[in-house]
Design a protein around this ligand. Sequence first.
Ligand code: SF4
Length: 356
Amino acid sequence: MIQRYPTNKIYVGNVPIGGDADIPVQSMTFSKTHDVASTVEQIRRLHFAGCDIVRVAVPDYEDAHALKSIKEQIKLPLVADIHFNYRLALIAAQVVDCIRINPGNIGEKSRVKEVVKACSERNIPIRIGVNSGSLEKEFDTKYGPTSKGMVESALYNIKYLEDLGFTNLKVSLKASDVERTVEAYRMLRPLTSHPFHLGVTEAGTLFHSTVKSSIALGTLLLEGIGDTMRVSITGELEEEINVARAILKDSGVAKGGVNIISCPTCGRIEADLVKAVAQVEERTKHIKAPLNISVMGCVVNAIGEAKHADVAIAYGKGQGLVMRSGEIVAKLKEEELVERFLEEVEKAAKEMQNNG
Ligand code: SF4
């Protein structure tokens, strides 16, 4: 049983973060934010894929002024990502549900004070987003882009805002590799009660990001660290959400959704298992019930796995079995098995939902 570190609960729009809340998944659009139509379209795609909170970059005034129109057309809570120019944060704070800044790169304290005042007036949180590649000069000079440098920067920025009486905060400490990321979050966790936004930054393609994010975020989640997360992928928007959801599920943090058990295949295989599992994965994505389903290439381990699975397929020579909780419900030709199996999966999901 994972024991989560106790943290403050904050709200980004209607989505709670920290405390006893579920861990929401975040992502970011890659359109020019001032291209409202494209940005709204990307946000809708993310929403459909299961994203809980979306962030957009706000590098200039045209982007800041587009936020109102974007916000009016979407349902997801909206976060504005701002660097250097506090006036952009002041415009964004009138509209969005959270601001991501580094107080240290906003400049004079009087400017940060104004941003804090604007966020306080609308009761919206600020994410202190520390990145190893853009530490304030003093920390970079003293520590370099290390986990220690990231933690010192975060502590400085947290204090900066707390001294202004502002505690509606979450914090991220992102590096582009697993070791510094994990180390930084571990070091900071006992030093503050603000919720953490987890992520590995610039993590690369789907393949590399999935590996890095699974190791880093999986490790932290298993240690009870992390209150919201983003998986950064150079790729399709939906992939970020799929990988994040899988990390939450496979680390045991999130209970819902299908867990597919499939064999690695070997010389005993009796069917095109790769094709069958791909089909099953695609067509069970929408299921929220916590089902274990198994798809096995021959009878050697299939019957044993099927006993522990809610629904299972065991392939044999040109035919196979569909099983429910270890009991055979159908014996069919190979080409009929997947459809019958999926029917049984849908039935099991419905029954599970009806039984609460
Ligand atoms: S279930 Fe059968 S095909 Fe799959 S790995 Fe085991 S022995 Fe090989």
